[in-house]
Design a protein around this ligand. Structure first.
Ligand code: G6P
Ligand code: ZN
Length: 584
């Protein structure tokens, strides 16, 4: 058994280590600077406090992007030196973000111990590779992202750090082989690294939530066809285990599901209509549509927490997706059979979920952007299903959004709606389900314009301009009438602020809102997940209750509001851009 000793390494603060919406994300070149990762990891240990870290069990894994393998070895050595008792690593350092959350909550070691938290190594939907992004975030004992109180402390620590601890004499651990490696410190401290199968805990959890038998029947129906695109991310490993091995889907249903770490095949692993081109074409959409698309398609991002859901030649907006899942969960998904505790969405997500909550008389919450805000509600038993416009959907089975869960939820709804149709072959489609939903609840036309990598100063100025405008709504309404007389007046405008109903914490400046008299909304936010420049997000929404008018093309329906938004914000003037980088 190798013995190690604790090395104290002198260090000093490195600027810019403030965690964003989802941890610290930077270019690989930034992360590989001397002491950069080490400073952040030590600052995290210090924020959690030495007493809590001593003797703890921590998970370390991620989506396998470039630099992950080196980072895992560094974190293992630092964990040993900080008194951690054991580290759990998914085989090859791979675990999807939802699987990490599941492992933290569910996995029990042979001696009965559970995990106290996790380092997740991912930059989610951002590209990977030596010239692209790396990221690290810490998740707590409940399996959810560290709350702001903790990330603020981490950041403060990065500004004063003087030293970090790292084990000397501890060899690199072979993370490709399942099994436990045991080490001891020079003071007799025991330290284990346990490499385990990355999928089994997660698969077990999914089987306890969904009715796999009924999904299996749907997949076996010759009229049903399906395509899943992992965009070369970590979802591929789970997709083949669940969709093919467990549910009997054909191997050919899987697209880009052999994880191409460390750069996702050079692609941008973000499941939306722009970046998931191959799937979009396969589903009969986009510029070069296939002629015979499958009935159901879905994609995931690099770390498999995001999802995009498509029907044959049909896109389901994430805002509609969560509303439809909430409306159908109790009938279709065994985990929810005794009812939903409540539902929640992020502020920029459309109000489709609100309408469902009202009609089903469910508790409802509107939180700032960022999955961590749902965690408190779930821990307090206030929320079962939640979602975000940014292709995130999930439930209280874990404390992260969950891409594969969302696909299984949709398959469950399809299986339920078609349980009597499987022999006749006349199936209710994804499009039928969405249109039926609009007919019942009305439709929220919705689109998001992203202006990526804008000059950070210009983006700030644009936001300041929009805040200033809010002080005189009569001016704003005059401007609107000058642009489009067919757009309603703004009834109120503010910057979104959230008071957490569980712990009372207040989050300010969470997005600039213009709320119109007819229920339409314009929201402006700066992205918290980019690694370069600034990304401005403009969210545009309009509610249509009249079921004879819910079938329009959404870009057409929203054109007047878009025009108003661009004029009000002086988008082109501030950013120099005459078009967004991505429209979803
Ligand atoms: C991550 C978080 C999501 C959040 C999204 C927002 O994916 O996990 O909860 O909605 O970032 O990203 P943005 O770039 O808009 O800050
Ligand atoms: Zn992600």
């Amino acid at each position: 058994m190798a013995t190690f000793k604790v090395n104290r390494v002198q260090s000093s603060p490195i600027e810019g280590q403030k965690p964003g919406t989802s941890g610290l994300r930077k270019k690989v070149k930034v992360f590989t600077q001397p002491h950069y990762l080490q400073n952040f990891v030590q600052s995290t240990f210090n924020a959690l406090t030495a007493e809590k870290i001593k003797g703890s069990t921590l998970v370390v894994s991620g989506d396998g992007r470039y630099y992950s393998k080196d980072a895992i070895q560094i974190i293992i050595k630092m964990a040993a030196a900080n008194g951690v008792r054991r580290i759990w690593v998914g085989q090859n350092g791979l675990l999807s973000t939802p699987a990490v959350s599941a492992v933290v909550r569910e996995r029990v070691a042979a001696d009965g111990s559970k995990s106290n938290g996790a380092f997740i190594l991912t930059a989610s939907h951002n590209p990977g590779g030596p010239n692209e992004d790396f990221g690290i975030k810490y998740n707590m004992e409940n399996g959810g992202p560290a709350p702001e109180g903790v990330t603020d402390k981490i950041f403060e620590n990065t500004k004063t750090i003087k030293e970090y601890f790292i084990a000397e004499g501890l060899p690199d651990v072979d993370i490709s082989k399942i099994g436990v490696s045991k080490f001891s410190g020079s003071d007799g401290q025991q330290f284990d690294v346990d490499v385990f199968d990355a999928a089994s805990d997660y698969v077990k959890l999914m089987k306890s939530i969904f009715d796999f038998q009924s999904i299996k029947k749907l997949i076996a129906c010759p009229q049903f066809s399906f395509c899943y695109d992992a965009l070369h991310g970590v979802a591929g490993a789970y997709a083949s285990r669940i969709f093919v091995e467990e549910l009997g889907a054909k191997e050919s249903s899987l697209l880009n599901c052999v994880p191409k770490q460390e750069d996702f095949g050079g692609g941008h692993p973000d499941p939306n209509l722009t970046y998931a081109k191959e799937l979009v074409a396969r589903m009969g959409l986009g510029k070069t549509p296939d002629s015979n698309p499958p009935e159901f398609g879905a994609a995931a991002d690099g770390d498999a927490d995001r999802n995009m859901v498509l029907g044959k030649r049909f896109f389901v907006t994430p805002s509609d997706s969560v509303a439809i899942i909430a409306a159908n969960a109790v009938q279709s998904i065994p985990y929810f059979s005794s009812g939903l505790k409540g539902v929640a969405r992020s502020m920029p997500t459309s109000a489709a979920l609100d309408v469902v909550a009202k009609s089903l008389n469910l508790k409802f919450f509107e939180v700032p952007t960022g999955w961590k805000f749902f965690g408190n509600l779930m821990d307090a038993g206030l929320c079962s299903v939640c979602g975000e416009e940014s292709f995130g959907t999930g439930s209280d089975h874990i404390r992260e959004k969950d891409g594969i869960w969302a696909v299984l939820a949709w398959m469950s709804i399809l299986a339920h709606k078609n349980k009597d149709n499987l022999s006749t072959g006349k199936l209710v489609t994804v499009e039928d389900i969405v249109k039926q939903h609009w007919a019942t609840f009305g439709r929220h036309y919705y689109t998001r314009y992203d202006y990526e990598n804008v000059d950070a100063g210009a983006a700030k100025d644009l936001m300041a301009h929009l805040v200033k405008l809010q002080s005189s709504l009569s001016e704003v309404n005059k401007m609107i009438k000058g642009v489009r007389s067919d757009v309603a007046n703004v009834a109120s405008a503010d910057e979104f602020e959230y008071k957490d109903p569980v712990d009372g914490s207040v989050s300010k400046n969470q997005g600039i809102r213009y709320l119109f008299e007819d229920g339409s909304r314009l929201v402006f936010r700066l992205s918290g997940t980019g690694s370069e420049g600034a990304t401005i997000r403009l969210y545009i929404e309009q509610y249509e209750k009249d079921s004879s008018k819910t079938g329009r093309d959404s870009q057409d329906a929203l054109a007047p509001l878009v025009e108003v938004a661009l004029k009000l914000s002086k988008m082109q003037e501030f950013t120099g851009r005459d078009a967004p980088t991505v429209i979803t």
